[in-house]
Design a binder for this molecule. Sequence first.
Ligand SMILES: NC(=O)c1ccc[n+]([C@@H]2O[C@H](COP(=O)([O-])OP(=O)(O)OC[C@H]3O[C@@H](n4cnc5c(N)ncnc54)[C@H](OP(=O)(O)O)[C@@H]3O)[C@@H](O)[C@H]2O)c1
Length: 306
Amino acid sequence: MVGTAEEKIVSRRIVITGAGGRLGAALAREWSAAGEEVTGFARQELDLSQPEQLRATLEPLDFAVLVNCAAQTNVDRCETHPDEAMQINADAVRVLAEICTKKGARCIQISTDYVFDGAKVGAYTEEDAALPISQYGASKRAGEIALLDISDKHLAVRVSWVFGPDRPSFVDQILQRARTEDSVAAIADKIAVPTYTRDAARLLRPLLFQKPVGGLLHLCNGGQCTWQEYGQFALDCAAEAGMELKARTVGALKMAELKAFIAKRPPNTAMSTDKLASIIGESPRDWREAVREYVRGFVSLSSKGC
Ligand SMILES: NC(=O)c1ccc[n+]([C@@H]2O[C@H](COP(=O)([O-])OP(=O)(O)OC[C@H]3O[C@@H](n4cnc5c(N)ncnc54)[C@H](OP(=O)(O)O)[C@@H]3O)[C@@H](O)[C@H]2O)c1
């Protein structure tokens, strides 16, 4: 059917806040490459601590979905600056959700596995009680509540142990250290699931327009591991790809030994992605496949001196 001048043009624009961060930058790049119309705002363009700036910038803009990747993600800073954490991770989310609701757009808030206390044996589902044990976790949980209080059509997507090419994370740090130091170690009594940002972009895309679900959703790669297993696997992949390493084995640390930690960390936050799989008809690939792919890229870039 040929469109008429009277027909309303429905925007498919996706706004990404926190577009300078590890996840936000990856979503913006991957979705743009897939043909989506994306407008990203980095912190210097849109500051979540400035509600008036959020309204002035976003209210006149035509968009269908806003994905908020901006957050105060420093867990220990949140512990010592709880008001700042609440302002960025909860109050600003309410403002974003209100702006979206007013214009009939959906708001997708990126949340965290740290909403859980970590005491469960087995993987957390969306039905499990969120009982945060840190200010970071509490502020992110308050953000979820604010979002869904405004509208249950909005979506809070919990991710964990995010890694990808846009900002270094644990996997980059352990590889760098293993290249220069004789021994490396990582925590062996904390379990979660890595989330590769490129996989997150692919798995989240159907939820933008095709399957616009609301509520809570867990999104990470498949399986689970300790930090030590994660690091060991990354080193194995790097060695397999030809990287020269001074340290080949990741030693075991106990969480309690890490005196630099200010905030408490939940010991087990492995999440089930069954709900995601039932919605999109696909299970995320195992974390090892994702880490192997990422590390091969890392080794290839390092060998070119990047
Ligand atoms: N990283 C993980 O392992 C992990 C685990 C679970 C959940 N998450 C969640 O995943 C989301 C994305 O995290 P990420 O890994 O991409 O972290 P990230 O790289 O730290 O990205 C967060 C972004 O938010 C920006 N930001 C901070 N304060 C802001 C403010 N007041 N106004 C506007 N922007 C602000 C940061 O700006 P700057 O670049 O200037 O700092 C950064 O670009 C967050 O919601 C986080 O809670 C992450």
